[in-house]
Design a protein around this ligand. Structure first.
Ligand code: DC
Length: 237
């Protein structure tokens, strides 16, 4: 029997829509690599915060950041507790999930040079396929030819509630109202930015998971993967 061809799975959607959880589980079940592209934008944001490139009013020094972004090293380490994001070799997994980073990440992600550098790095991660990547522009810009594309949506209130619980679990709690405000504001910036705005790719399959349990979402995703893979390998026969 010939081995199935490995594919690229692109999972895009709104912030805190649960796409990372689904993507991670699918990658684990398939033995694929999982890349959280949002973590990469968060790591660059943390770098900018730590290096005085974000003014107290939130303005980002795009020129200074653009000059160094190509040299910032972002990697992922797989540990028994899960995947950890490394910024120039330092484990920043907890720091990048704070509300402070969430509040600054959208303007950083709107900077052309930042997107260029991270898109190139994401494409390198996917060069050998066998990858599940989640984000905002994976199916539209990073891997427009991905074999499987999913676009995840859920109501802003449901997403804020999920994020609120996640922040509590991470030991960085924030009031629900602040989290909801952040979710709505990030939606607005992500959808309206000039470059690679958050948008469903025409060939993506949409999933509204507002009222779905995690096992239901996982089952839905695995079924879509099996269908996609069968079609691809069937065509090759
Ligand atoms: O998925 P997340 O909430 O961790 O993403 C953090 C931010 O990064 C989000 O506000 C938008 C941005 N982002 C992006 O612009 N493009 C991606 N592919 C992934 C994330």
């Amino acid at each position: 029997m010939t081995e199935n061809k490995k594919i690229i799975v692109a999972i895009d959607g709104y912030s805190s829509s649960g796409k990372s959880t689904m993507a991670k589980k699918l990658a684990k079940d398939l033995g694929y690599r999982y890349i959280d592209s949002g973590a990469m934008y968060r790591a660059v944001t943390l770098y900018a915060m730590e290096n005085g490139m974000i003014a107290p009013d939130g303005t980002v020094d795009a020129e200074a950041l653009g000059a160094v972004v190509g040299n910032i090293r972002i990697d992922f380490a797989v540990t028994p507790e899960g995947q950890h994001t490394l910024l120039d070799g330092r484990d920043v997994e907890h720091l990048i999930r704070s509300l402070e980073v969430s509040n600054h990440v959208s303007p950083v992600a709107a900077i052309h040079t930042v997107r260029q550098a991270l898109t190139a790095q994401q494409q390198r991660f996917g060069a050998e396929k066998g990858i599940v990547m989640d984000g905002r522009d994976i199916g539209t810009t990073v891997f427009p030819n991905a074999e499987m594309k999913v676009f995840v949506t859920a109501s802003a209130e449901k997403r804020a509630h999920r994020r609120y619980l996640e922040l509590q679990q991470n030991g960085t709690p924030s009031p629900y109202e602040d989290v909801l405000k952040n979710v709505i504001e990030r939606d607005r910036i992500d959808e309206t930015r000039a470059e690679s705005p958050l948008r469903k790719a025409p060939d993506a399959v949409e999933l509204d998971n507002s009222d779905m349990s995690l096992p239901e979402q996982e089952k839905w995703l695995m079924e879509l993967f099996n269908k996609t893979e069968a079609a691809i390998n069937g065509r090759d026969c």
